[in-house]
Design a protein around this ligand. Sequence first.
Ligand code: TRP
Length: 381
Amino acid sequence: MTVPAGRTVPAAVPAGRPLPAHPADVAASAAPASKAVGRAGADLDELIRRDPGAHRVLTGDRPTGPLHLGHYFGTLQNRVRLQRLGVEMFVVVADYQVITDRDIADRLAEHSESLVLDYLAAGLDPDRATIFAHSAVPALNQLLLPFLSLVSVAELGRNPTVKDEIAHSSQSAVNGLMFTYPVHQAADILFCKANVVPVGQDQLPHLEVARTVARRFNERYPHPDGTGVFPRPEALLSAAPLLLGTDGGKMSKSRGNAVRLSADADTTARLIRGAKTDSDRRITYDPATRPEVSSLVLLAALCQDRAPEPVADEIGDGGAAALKRTVTEAVNEHFAPMRARRAELAADRGYIRQVLREGAERANAVAEATLAEVRTVMGSV
Ligand code: TRP
Protein backbone atom coordinates (compact mmCIF):
# COMPACT_ATOMS: atom_id res chain seq x y z
CA MET A 1 0.00 0.00 0.00
CA THR A 2 1.33 3.41 -0.90
CA VAL A 3 -0.06 6.88 -0.56
CA PRO A 4 -1.44 7.61 -4.01
CA ALA A 5 -0.19 10.64 -5.86
CA GLY A 6 -2.24 13.72 -5.19
CA ARG A 7 -2.92 12.45 -1.71
CA THR A 8 0.43 13.47 -0.29
CA VAL A 9 0.82 13.90 3.38
CA PRO A 10 1.23 17.60 4.13
CA ALA A 11 -1.69 18.53 1.87
CA ALA A 12 -3.98 17.35 4.64
CA VAL A 13 -3.54 20.69 6.39
CA PRO A 14 -4.20 23.42 3.87
CA ALA A 15 -1.05 25.53 3.81
CA GLY A 16 -1.00 26.53 7.44
CA ARG A 17 -4.53 27.92 7.43
CA PRO A 18 -7.61 26.63 9.17
CA LEU A 19 -10.26 25.09 7.01
CA PRO A 20 -12.71 27.57 5.55
CA ALA A 21 -15.37 28.54 8.07
CA HIS A 22 -17.81 25.74 8.31
CA PRO A 23 -21.32 26.97 7.46
CA ALA A 24 -22.82 24.99 10.32
CA ASP A 25 -20.27 26.43 12.68
CA VAL A 26 -21.03 29.97 11.65
CA ALA A 27 -24.71 29.32 12.30
CA ALA A 28 -23.97 27.49 15.51
CA SER A 29 -21.71 30.13 16.99
CA ALA A 30 -24.75 32.32 17.62
CA ALA A 31 -26.47 29.58 19.60
CA PRO A 32 -25.57 28.33 23.07
CA ALA A 33 -22.72 25.86 22.71
CA SER A 34 -24.45 22.90 24.28
CA LYS A 35 -27.32 23.28 21.90
CA ALA A 36 -25.02 23.60 18.92
CA VAL A 37 -23.28 20.44 19.91
CA GLY A 38 -26.52 18.60 20.40
CA ARG A 39 -28.01 19.53 17.05
CA ALA A 40 -29.52 16.58 15.32
CA GLY A 41 -27.16 15.08 12.77
CA ALA A 42 -29.64 15.63 9.95
CA ASP A 43 -28.70 19.16 8.84
CA LEU A 44 -24.97 18.61 9.29
CA ASP A 45 -25.32 15.42 7.31
CA GLU A 46 -27.03 17.38 4.56
CA LEU A 47 -24.14 19.89 4.52
CA ILE A 48 -21.64 17.07 4.27
CA ARG A 49 -23.48 15.47 1.38
CA ARG A 50 -23.62 18.79 -0.44
CA ASP A 51 -19.94 19.56 0.03
CA PRO A 52 -17.86 16.61 1.26
CA GLY A 53 -14.63 18.44 0.45
CA ALA A 54 -15.32 21.13 3.09
CA HIS A 55 -15.43 18.54 5.83
CA ARG A 56 -12.88 16.50 7.67
CA VAL A 57 -13.86 13.72 10.03
CA LEU A 58 -11.93 12.52 13.06
CA THR A 59 -13.15 9.57 15.01
CA GLY A 60 -11.71 6.63 16.91
CA ASP A 61 -11.94 3.85 19.44
CA ARG A 62 -10.05 2.51 22.40
CA PRO A 63 -8.21 -0.71 21.58
CA THR A 64 -9.74 -2.78 24.37
CA GLY A 65 -11.18 -5.72 22.44
CA PRO A 66 -12.84 -6.79 19.23
CA LEU A 67 -15.72 -4.73 17.91
CA HIS A 68 -19.21 -6.17 17.90
CA LEU A 69 -22.40 -5.78 15.88
CA GLY A 70 -23.47 -2.79 17.98
CA HIS A 71 -20.27 -0.97 16.97
CA TYR A 72 -20.82 -1.92 13.36
CA PHE A 73 -24.37 -0.58 13.08
CA GLY A 74 -23.67 2.26 15.54
CA THR A 75 -20.53 3.73 14.01
CA LEU A 76 -18.52 1.66 11.55
CA GLN A 77 -21.22 1.59 8.90
CA ASN A 78 -21.57 5.35 9.14
CA ARG A 79 -17.81 5.88 8.77
CA VAL A 80 -17.79 3.81 5.61
CA ARG A 81 -20.72 5.84 4.32
CA LEU A 82 -18.85 9.10 4.99
CA GLN A 83 -15.77 7.72 3.29
CA ARG A 84 -17.84 6.85 0.22
CA LEU A 85 -19.16 10.42 0.16
CA GLY A 86 -15.55 11.50 -0.24
CA VAL A 87 -15.05 13.11 3.18
CA GLU A 88 -11.48 13.08 4.38
CA MET A 89 -11.21 10.88 7.43
CA PHE A 90 -8.82 10.33 10.33
CA VAL A 91 -9.35 7.39 12.65
CA VAL A 92 -7.44 7.19 15.92
CA VAL A 93 -6.66 3.96 17.69
CA ALA A 94 -6.83 5.60 21.10
CA ASP A 95 -4.18 3.57 22.88
CA TYR A 96 -3.35 6.25 25.44
CA GLN A 97 -7.00 6.32 26.49
CA VAL A 98 -6.92 2.67 27.48
CA ILE A 99 -5.00 3.44 30.66
CA THR A 100 -7.60 5.86 32.04
CA ASP A 101 -9.55 3.21 33.94
CA ARG A 102 -7.10 0.34 34.20
CA ASP A 103 -3.51 0.05 35.34
CA ILE A 104 -2.27 -2.07 32.50
CA ALA A 105 -3.10 -1.71 28.84
CA ASP A 106 -3.52 -5.42 28.37
CA ARG A 107 -2.48 -6.95 25.03
CA LEU A 108 -2.29 -3.51 23.47
CA ALA A 109 -0.63 -4.48 20.20
CA GLU A 110 -3.03 -7.35 19.70
CA HIS A 111 -6.08 -5.21 20.42
CA SER A 112 -4.84 -2.38 18.21
CA GLU A 113 -4.26 -4.73 15.31
CA SER A 114 -7.64 -6.39 15.79
CA LEU A 115 -9.28 -2.96 15.77
CA VAL A 116 -7.61 -2.16 12.46
CA LEU A 117 -8.75 -5.52 11.10
CA ASP A 118 -12.32 -4.69 12.10
CA TYR A 119 -12.02 -1.29 10.38
CA LEU A 120 -10.68 -2.72 7.15
CA ALA A 121 -13.15 -5.60 7.13
CA ALA A 122 -16.00 -3.14 7.57
CA GLY A 123 -14.80 -1.21 4.54
CA LEU A 124 -12.52 1.58 5.71
CA ASP A 125 -9.91 2.10 3.03
CA PRO A 126 -6.43 2.89 4.37
CA ASP A 127 -5.61 4.75 1.16
CA ARG A 128 -8.43 7.17 1.88
CA ALA A 129 -8.67 7.10 5.68
CA THR A 130 -5.69 7.87 7.89
CA ILE A 131 -5.65 5.19 10.59
CA PHE A 132 -3.09 5.78 13.34
CA ALA A 133 -2.38 5.21 17.04
CA HIS A 134 -2.05 7.98 19.63
CA SER A 135 1.30 6.75 20.82
CA ALA A 136 2.81 7.02 17.33
CA VAL A 137 2.13 10.75 16.94
CA PRO A 138 4.24 12.83 19.37
CA ALA A 139 3.14 16.24 18.06
CA LEU A 140 -0.51 15.36 18.70
CA ASN A 141 0.34 14.52 22.28
CA GLN A 142 2.31 17.71 22.71
CA LEU A 143 -0.81 19.76 21.97
CA LEU A 144 -2.17 18.45 25.25
CA LEU A 145 0.08 20.84 27.21
CA PRO A 146 -1.19 24.20 25.92
CA PHE A 147 -4.71 22.77 25.76
CA LEU A 148 -4.65 21.79 29.44
CA SER A 149 -3.90 25.39 30.36
CA LEU A 150 -7.19 26.45 28.76
CA VAL A 151 -9.44 24.32 30.95
CA SER A 152 -10.07 24.73 34.67
CA VAL A 153 -9.81 21.92 37.17
CA ALA A 154 -13.45 22.54 38.10
CA GLU A 155 -14.51 22.06 34.47
CA LEU A 156 -12.57 18.80 34.28
CA GLY A 157 -14.36 17.59 37.38
CA ARG A 158 -17.80 18.34 35.97
CA ASN A 159 -17.56 16.16 32.85
CA PRO A 160 -20.53 13.76 33.19
CA THR A 161 -19.00 11.01 31.04
CA VAL A 162 -15.81 11.07 33.10
CA LYS A 163 -17.86 11.02 36.32
CA ASP A 164 -19.75 8.00 35.06
CA GLU A 165 -16.55 6.20 34.12
CA ILE A 166 -15.07 6.94 37.54
CA ALA A 167 -18.20 5.54 39.16
CA HIS A 168 -17.86 2.31 37.16
CA SER A 169 -14.10 1.99 37.42
CA SER A 170 -12.65 -0.85 39.44
CA GLN A 171 -9.58 1.21 40.32
CA SER A 172 -9.17 2.26 43.92
CA ALA A 173 -7.95 5.74 42.98
CA VAL A 174 -8.74 8.03 40.06
CA ASN A 175 -5.63 8.78 38.02
CA GLY A 176 -4.80 12.12 36.43
CA LEU A 177 -5.32 10.87 32.91
CA MET A 178 -8.91 9.94 33.71
CA PHE A 179 -9.56 13.60 34.55
CA THR A 180 -7.68 15.01 31.60
CA TYR A 181 -8.26 12.58 28.76
CA PRO A 182 -11.15 14.65 27.32
CA VAL A 183 -8.56 17.39 26.71
CA HIS A 184 -6.31 14.81 25.08
CA GLN A 185 -9.30 13.83 22.96
CA ALA A 186 -9.58 17.49 21.97
CA ALA A 187 -6.01 17.19 20.69
CA ASP A 188 -7.07 14.12 18.67
CA ILE A 189 -9.76 16.18 17.03
CA LEU A 190 -7.94 19.47 16.63
CA PHE A 191 -4.50 18.32 15.49
CA CYS A 192 -5.98 17.52 12.09
CA LYS A 193 -8.50 20.40 12.23
CA ALA A 194 -11.42 18.03 11.95
CA ASN A 195 -14.75 19.83 11.82
CA VAL A 196 -16.97 16.77 12.05
CA VAL A 197 -16.86 14.17 14.81
CA PRO A 198 -19.35 11.31 14.49
CA VAL A 199 -20.22 10.35 18.05
CA GLY A 200 -22.77 8.76 20.30
CA GLN A 201 -24.53 10.64 23.07
CA ASP A 202 -21.93 9.73 25.72
CA GLN A 203 -19.17 11.54 23.81
CA LEU A 204 -20.98 14.88 23.63
CA PRO A 205 -19.35 16.29 26.78
CA HIS A 206 -15.95 15.51 25.25
CA LEU A 207 -16.88 17.24 22.05
CA GLU A 208 -17.91 20.25 24.10
CA VAL A 209 -14.41 20.26 25.63
CA ALA A 210 -12.86 20.21 22.14
CA ARG A 211 -15.06 23.13 21.06
CA THR A 212 -14.19 25.08 24.20
CA VAL A 213 -10.48 24.44 23.76
CA ALA A 214 -10.63 25.51 20.09
CA ARG A 215 -12.51 28.73 20.93
CA ARG A 216 -10.30 29.66 23.89
CA PHE A 217 -7.09 28.89 22.01
CA ASN A 218 -8.19 31.07 19.10
CA GLU A 219 -9.14 33.89 21.46
CA ARG A 220 -5.98 33.73 23.51
CA TYR A 221 -3.60 33.28 20.58
CA PRO A 222 -5.17 35.04 17.62
CA HIS A 223 -3.59 34.61 14.24
CA PRO A 224 -1.99 37.84 12.96
CA ASP A 225 -4.57 37.96 10.18
CA GLY A 226 -7.48 37.65 12.58
CA THR A 227 -8.40 34.03 12.00
CA GLY A 228 -8.07 31.27 14.53
CA VAL A 229 -5.81 28.25 14.23
CA PHE A 230 -8.60 25.80 15.01
CA PRO A 231 -12.06 25.19 13.59
CA ARG A 232 -14.86 24.41 16.05
CA PRO A 233 -15.71 20.79 15.53
CA GLU A 234 -19.31 19.64 15.40
CA ALA A 235 -20.82 16.41 16.58
CA LEU A 236 -22.47 14.28 13.97
CA LEU A 237 -24.87 12.50 16.27
CA SER A 238 -25.46 9.04 14.93
CA ALA A 239 -28.99 7.76 15.03
CA ALA A 240 -27.40 4.65 16.48
CA PRO A 241 -29.95 1.87 16.70
CA LEU A 242 -30.06 0.47 20.21
CA LEU A 243 -28.98 -3.15 20.01
CA LEU A 244 -29.11 -5.06 23.27
CA GLY A 245 -26.71 -7.79 24.28
CA THR A 246 -27.82 -11.43 24.34
CA ASP A 247 -28.61 -11.05 28.07
CA GLY A 248 -30.95 -8.14 27.43
CA GLY A 249 -28.47 -5.62 28.88
CA LYS A 250 -26.41 -3.01 27.05
CA MET A 251 -24.26 -4.70 24.40
CA SER A 252 -20.71 -4.36 25.59
CA LYS A 253 -17.22 -5.66 24.86
CA SER A 254 -16.67 -6.49 28.50
CA ARG A 255 -19.96 -8.17 29.41
CA GLY A 256 -19.62 -11.22 27.20
CA ASN A 257 -23.07 -10.56 25.74
CA ALA A 258 -22.07 -9.36 22.29
CA VAL A 259 -21.71 -10.98 18.88
CA ARG A 260 -18.36 -9.93 17.49
CA LEU A 261 -17.98 -8.73 13.96
CA SER A 262 -15.33 -11.41 13.62
CA ALA A 263 -17.38 -14.27 15.09
CA ASP A 264 -17.83 -17.31 12.85
CA ALA A 265 -21.25 -18.54 11.71
CA ASP A 266 -21.49 -21.28 14.36
CA THR A 267 -20.54 -18.99 17.22
CA THR A 268 -23.07 -16.47 15.97
CA ALA A 269 -25.77 -19.17 15.90
CA ARG A 270 -24.91 -20.33 19.41
CA LEU A 271 -24.92 -16.81 20.87
CA ILE A 272 -28.20 -15.89 19.25
CA ARG A 273 -29.78 -19.19 20.27
CA GLY A 274 -28.96 -18.27 23.86
CA ALA A 275 -30.33 -14.75 23.61
CA LYS A 276 -32.99 -13.66 26.07
CA THR A 277 -36.55 -13.39 24.66
CA ASP A 278 -40.01 -13.54 26.24
CA SER A 279 -42.87 -16.01 26.36
CA ASP A 280 -45.20 -14.29 23.92
CA ARG A 281 -45.27 -16.51 20.84
CA ARG A 282 -46.29 -13.79 18.43
CA ILE A 283 -43.24 -11.79 17.28
CA THR A 284 -43.75 -8.03 17.18
CA TYR A 285 -41.53 -4.97 17.03
CA ASP A 286 -42.25 -3.01 20.18
CA PRO A 287 -39.02 -1.77 21.78
CA ALA A 288 -40.77 -0.13 24.75
CA THR A 289 -42.60 -3.21 26.04
CA ARG A 290 -40.55 -6.04 24.46
CA PRO A 291 -36.95 -4.80 24.40
CA GLU A 292 -35.21 -8.17 23.95
CA VAL A 293 -37.42 -9.50 21.16
CA SER A 294 -37.45 -6.11 19.43
CA SER A 295 -33.68 -5.85 19.54
CA LEU A 296 -33.41 -9.21 17.76
CA VAL A 297 -35.97 -8.11 15.17
CA LEU A 298 -34.03 -4.89 14.70
CA LEU A 299 -30.75 -6.76 14.23
CA ALA A 300 -32.25 -8.91 11.47
CA ALA A 301 -33.80 -5.81 9.87
CA LEU A 302 -30.49 -3.90 9.92
CA CYS A 303 -28.72 -6.83 8.30
CA GLN A 304 -31.38 -7.02 5.60
CA ASP A 305 -31.58 -3.25 5.22
CA ARG A 306 -35.32 -3.30 5.90
CA ALA A 307 -37.70 -1.79 8.43
CA PRO A 308 -38.19 -3.91 11.57
CA GLU A 309 -42.01 -4.14 11.41
CA PRO A 310 -42.28 -6.28 8.25
CA VAL A 311 -39.51 -8.53 9.57
CA ALA A 312 -41.57 -9.14 12.72
CA ASP A 313 -44.77 -9.64 10.68
CA GLU A 314 -43.14 -12.28 8.55
CA ILE A 315 -42.12 -14.32 11.57
CA GLY A 316 -45.59 -13.81 13.04
CA ASP A 317 -46.56 -16.73 15.27
CA GLY A 318 -43.30 -18.58 14.69
CA GLY A 319 -42.11 -17.74 18.19
CA ALA A 320 -38.62 -17.17 19.54
CA ALA A 321 -37.12 -20.14 17.72
CA ALA A 322 -38.15 -18.85 14.29
CA LEU A 323 -37.04 -15.34 15.25
CA LYS A 324 -33.60 -16.61 16.22
CA ARG A 325 -33.27 -18.62 13.02
CA THR A 326 -34.11 -15.51 11.00
CA VAL A 327 -31.65 -13.36 12.96
CA THR A 328 -28.84 -15.91 12.70
CA GLU A 329 -29.27 -16.27 8.96
CA ALA A 330 -29.49 -12.52 8.46
CA VAL A 331 -26.36 -11.82 10.51
CA ASN A 332 -24.34 -14.60 8.97
CA GLU A 333 -25.33 -13.64 5.47
CA HIS A 334 -24.69 -9.93 5.93
CA PHE A 335 -21.33 -10.35 7.64
CA ALA A 336 -19.99 -13.29 5.63
CA PRO A 337 -18.04 -11.15 3.14
CA MET A 338 -16.62 -8.95 5.91
CA ARG A 339 -15.63 -11.96 7.96
CA ALA A 340 -13.95 -13.57 4.98
CA ARG A 341 -12.06 -10.38 4.25
CA ARG A 342 -11.09 -10.04 7.90
CA ALA A 343 -9.73 -13.59 8.00
CA GLU A 344 -7.74 -12.95 4.84
CA LEU A 345 -6.24 -9.76 6.26
CA ALA A 346 -5.58 -11.35 9.65
CA ALA A 347 -3.23 -13.79 7.97
CA ASP A 348 -0.94 -10.89 7.09
CA ARG A 349 -0.05 -9.04 10.28
CA GLY A 350 2.76 -7.31 8.42
CA TYR A 351 0.19 -5.57 6.29
CA ILE A 352 -1.83 -4.41 9.30
CA ARG A 353 1.29 -2.99 10.90
CA GLN A 354 2.09 -1.28 7.62
CA VAL A 355 -1.36 0.34 7.61
CA LEU A 356 -0.69 1.72 11.08
CA ARG A 357 2.82 2.83 10.14
CA GLU A 358 1.68 4.68 7.03
CA GLY A 359 -1.25 6.18 8.92
CA ALA A 360 1.13 7.38 11.60
CA GLU A 361 3.38 8.93 8.94
CA ARG A 362 0.53 10.96 7.53
CA ALA A 363 -0.81 11.86 10.97
CA ASN A 364 2.66 12.95 12.08
CA ALA A 365 3.05 15.28 9.12
CA VAL A 366 -0.33 16.86 9.84
CA ALA A 367 0.31 17.09 13.59
CA GLU A 368 3.73 18.68 13.07
CA ALA A 369 2.26 21.30 10.74
CA THR A 370 -0.42 22.14 13.30
CA LEU A 371 2.06 22.22 16.17
CA ALA A 372 4.26 24.59 14.16
CA GLU A 373 1.31 26.96 13.81
CA VAL A 374 0.55 26.64 17.50
CA ARG A 375 4.14 27.49 18.37
CA THR A 376 4.06 30.47 16.06
CA VAL A 377 0.90 32.06 17.43
CA MET A 378 2.05 31.34 20.98
CA GLY A 379 5.33 33.05 20.21
CA SER A 380 7.32 30.05 21.37
CA VAL A 381 9.53 29.59 18.35
N1 TRP B 1 -13.33 8.30 23.81
C1 TRP B 1 -13.71 7.47 22.68
C2 TRP B 1 -14.31 6.18 23.22
O1 TRP B 1 -14.11 5.83 24.35
C3 TRP B 1 -12.56 7.13 21.78
C4 TRP B 1 -11.92 8.35 21.18
C5 TRP B 1 -10.65 8.78 21.41
C6 TRP B 1 -12.51 9.29 20.30
N2 TRP B 1 -10.41 9.92 20.74
C7 TRP B 1 -11.52 10.27 20.04
C8 TRP B 1 -13.78 9.39 19.73
C9 TRP B 1 -11.80 11.35 19.23
C10 TRP B 1 -14.04 10.49 18.89
C11 TRP B 1 -13.06 11.48 18.66
O2 TRP B 1 -14.96 5.49 22.47
